[in-house]
Structure formats: C-alpha cells, structure tokens
Ligand binder design. Structure first.
Ligand code: NAD
Ligand code: UPG
Length: 439
C-alpha cells in the first residue's frame, strides 16, 4: 500500500519507518529540509532506539523516501497520515494548532482524487470537524476527502516497539466513512491480525482518548508524588509504598515511579491542553483533579531546589552543582520541558555554577540553555562539585563507583530525585544522600 506521513519528528519519522517495516511504500514529508536530508540518508535526526536501523533498511530497500514537497506527497498516495507538532501556545495553556492547520491547508490543493487524511497529532476535542471542513473547502476533490482520527500512544525510547506492537489501535470516523475505515484497516492489517484491540469510534471519542490517557498517566505520577510528600513528613518510604500499592492489580505499579515528576513534549502540554478545552466546554469542574496533578508536578521541581539550598545554604553564588541528566527521561535526546534542565536552569539563576551531563541530550540541552556548563563524562562533570543532583535516571549512572566519585568532588553530597541510586552503597562510600520521598 502507498501512504504518506506529513510531519516527520519523533512521532512521524517513527510511524513512516514502521509503516515501511510493515511492507508499505511510504513517503515522509516535512517542512524542515535538513530533517528531510538526514532521513533520506537513512538516519534519524534524533536519538530513538532501533529507529536508525529501520530507516537505513527501508531507505536502502527503496520502500521509504522523504520530501519537503506537499505536491509530491499529495500525488504519491491516497492515504495521508498527519503527525505535525501541536505544542503548548507560548503564554497560554492551550494547544497551538497552527502547524496542523498549515499542513492541511498546504496539502489540500494537491488532493484532486478521493483520499483519506488520518490525523495522528494530539489535539483538543473538536478539532476533527475543523480539519474536515478545511479539506472540503480547499481540496479539489472536496467531499471525496475523508478524515479519520488515529491518535498515537507511543512512548519515546520505546517508539518503534510501541508503533509495531501497540496496546490498542483507535480509529475515529464521522458517519459515511467506508473508504477511510477500509484503508486504515488495510494499512494496519498486520497489527490488527496479530490480535491488537482495535476500537472504531467517532471523532470526538478518538480525540478525547489521547488527552484522557495522558491526563490519567500524569495524574498517576502526581498521585504517587503527592504520597511522597506525605512520606517525607511522616518518615515513611515512598518506593516501598508504591510497591505495596502496585501489587493491587486495580492500581498496578507501572507508570507510578515516584521522583522528580513528569516532563517531555507530551504529558505536561496535553494535561494543560485538556484542562483548557474542558474549561471552554463548560466542564471545568470535571478537571479540578487534573489542575492539582499539574501543581503537584511543579512542586517536585521546587522541592529539589529547596533541598539543594538546605544542603548548600540559601546563597548559591560560588557553589558548584553537578546535574546528572538533561533528557526528560532516559533513552531519549528529547529535552522538551525536561524536569532536569528546569531545575538546572533555576539553580543557575540562583547563582550556582551548574555542570550538566547526559549520554544523549547534551547538544539539544546546549541549544536551549547556553548558560549552563556541559561535560560528557559523568565522573569528570562532578569535579570539585559541592553537590550532585541525580535528575534523569539513565542506567549508565547507577553503576558508577561512588567511592571513586567522592574523591573528585569538593563535598560528597547527592540528592537522588529519581530514587534509583543504591542508597546504602553511596552512604558506605562516604556520601550524604537525600532522596525525594524516602526516609
Ligand atoms: N513524541 C511522542 O512521543 C508523541 C507520541 C504520541 C503523540 N505525539 C503527538 O504527535 C505530534 C507530533 O509530536 P512530535 O513529538 O513528533 O513533534 P516534533 O516536533 O518532533 O515533530 C513535528 C514535525 O512536524 C514538522 N512540521 C511542522 N509543521 C509542519 C507542516 N506544516 N508541514 C509538514 N511538517 C511540519 C516539524 O518540522 C517536525 O519535524 C504532537 O501532536 C504530539 O503531541 C507525540
Ligand atoms: O512512573 C513514571 C513514569 C514516567 N515519569 C515521567 O513522566 C514523563 C513521561 O514519561 P513517559 O510517559 O514514559 O514518556 P513519553 O514518551 O512522554 O510518553 C507519554 O506521552 C506520549 C505522547 O503523548 C504518549 O504517547 C505516551 O503514551 C505517554 O506515556 C517523564 O518525564 C518521566 O520521567 C515518572 O516520573 N514516573
């Protein structure tokens, strides 16, 4: 089957490569010409496990190409996936849908035959009818363009696996959608045939499914982080508490790791975008707990800064702080709304000299926060440090010998904001260690 993927970032490039892996002929389209060149050379413009291999295989086999031309995309296929960014608007909690509408507006004039446009980007509920109307007005094929809503649930760092073996497929259609459903079932045939739960629903439910899923995931993280606050006051241990709660299958331990809280290009902006849309719809009372989830999350970052000042004194000028981690989570180079970098930047703003290290995300971090110092080696990064902060739990960090590290620092003090360092081992090596939510 032939298909296009418009917008080739973390989601779109992965989707395009995986569709080629499923045997389709795929044309990825992006307005960023550098990205197009990199992708055509068989490499991902970002770090995502397994993606380079798929891109190399399928650009070489000829099943996968990338272009910056809307015209070429419109001509290439009759199924177009859209995965452009829908970030948070600057100065507002609402979604910025400008990239989505721009993509639809620019694709439309080339749609001269019946076609299906399947949107994967995350949006506020009520966006699908606007996309459909724009296509009806601006595509030469008009009414013959069908719109489908196909939200994506992949996690970065597991993106390829999640795309090829998703927990579920959601397909949202308007009435009279026979062509759209047939084409999407054909595109995902291998995934559907392998037994993946496939839910066919209306546009609004499909749109809401994504925002609701991310709001739940964010709330689950904030729930355990709120419990961490109670643990700190009461002398209990949040990791043990999470284990105990998690044994109840109605609760479950997955997605309930306490620590510095959630960041990234999705959970924070989707939570806020969902709340904003609910407010607009007059359902503001329904999302009170989601507002609280965002508040708890912000408090996690402040808590680390407060602990740093408890350890170093309120005047941080002249103090050297080392931060382990820049990516918003391990396994990615993505620094969008990274909790680690937010803390690092705030401490820098308070006068500390902050040195950041990360296995994959230093280039992206440097572009966003040029005022911080960056060192590749986590041991060298801790040279003469007054305080070490463990803020992104890369598996590379925990095996580092704390005794060897202590000798390099000015003061062997560490705050483990992700709870994955072996506390006893670090204490034995002479460190003062403080963990969020632990006794
Ligand atoms: N990253 C994820 O893990 C993930 C998972 C599920 C859903 N999503 C959703 O998918 C969407 C994309 O997210 P992302 O993380 O891939 O973002 P991203 O910023 O990595 O990628 C977006 C891409 O769209 C391109 N683009 C922007 N305007 C365009 C236009 N008019 N025409 C063609 N290309 C255009 C950009 O150049 C960029 O390459 C968002 O709605 C996001 O919420 C992301
Ligand atoms: O138990 C947990 C799980 C995650 N996090 C943090 O939460 C953030 C998000 O993590 P995760 O959900 O693994 O990453 P994303 O790749 O952002 O994936 C989320 O956002 C995507 C984009 O919408 C969705 O597709 C995914 O289903 C959803 O998990 C990160 O900062 C994590 O450190 C925690 O603090 N505790």
């Amino acid at each position: 089957m032939k298909m296009t993927v418009i917008g080739c970032g973390y989601l779109g490039a992965t989707h395009a490569a995986c569709m080629a892996e499923l045997g389709h002929e795929v044309l990825g389209m992006d307005v960023d010409i550098d990205k197009v060149h990199t992708l055509n050379s068989g490499k991902a413009p970002f770090f995502e496990r397994d993606l380079d291999d798929l891109l190399a295989t399928h650009t070489a086999s000829g099943r996968l190409h990338f272009t910056a031309s809307y015209k070429e995309a419109a001509d290439f296929a009759d199924l177009h996936f859209i995965g452009v960014g829908t970030p948070q608007q600057p100065g507002s909690d609402a979604y910025d849908l400008s990239h989505l509408f721009e993509a639809v507006r620019r694709l439309a004039p080339g749609l001269t035959r019946p076609a299906v446009v399947a949107v994967k980007s995350t949006v506020p509920v009520g966006t699908a009818p606007r996309v459909a109307e724009l296509l009806r007005e601006q595509a030469p094929a008009g009414d013959l363009i069908e719109v489908a809503w196909n939200p994506e649930f992949l996690r970065e760092s597991f993106a390829v696996e999640d795309t090829l073996r998703p927990d579920r497929l959601v397909l949202g259609f308007n009435t009279g959608h026979s062509r759209a459903e047939a084409l999407l079932r054909q595109a995902f045939a291998e995934i559907i045939d392998s037994g993946t739960p496939t839910i066919v629903t209306d546009w609004a439910t499909a749109e809401l499914a994504k925002g609701a899923a991310n709001s739940f995931l964010a709330t689950k993280i904030s729930f355990i982080n709120a419990m961490a606050e109670v643990c700190e006051k009461s002398g209990a241990d949040v990791a043990e508490l999470a284990d105990i709660l998690g044994h109840d299958i109605r609760i479950g331990r997955r997605g309930m790791r306490p620590g510095l809280g959630f960041g990234g290009g999705c959970l924070p902006k989707d939570l806020r975008g969902f709340i904003t849309r609910a407010d607009e719809l007059g359902a503001d009372e329904a999302v009170g707990m989601l507002r609280e989830a965002d508040t708890v999350n912000a408090r996690r970052r402040r808590r680390v800064i407060d602990l740093a000042r408890e350890e170093l004194g309120t005047d941080l000028r002249g103090k050297r702080i080392t931060v382990w981690g820049a990516a918003f989570k391990p396994g990615t180079d993505d620094v969008r709304d990274s909790p680690a970098l937010a803390v690092a930047q705030d401490l820098h703003g308070l006068g500390a000299t902050v040195t950041v290290t990360d296995p994959k995300a230093l280039d992206n971090a440097r572009k966003l926060h040029p005022g911080l110092d960056y060192v590749e080696d986590p041991i060298a990064a801790a040279e003469d440090a007054d305080l070490l902060l463990h803020l992104t739990e890369w598996p590379q960090f925990s095996p580092i010998d704390p005794r060897r590290l202590a000798a390099r620092t000015r003061n062997p003090k560490v705050i483990d904001a992700r709870g994955t360092l072996d506390t006893a081992r670090w204490r034995d090596a002479g460190w003062t260690i403080r963990c969020l939510g632990h006794r």
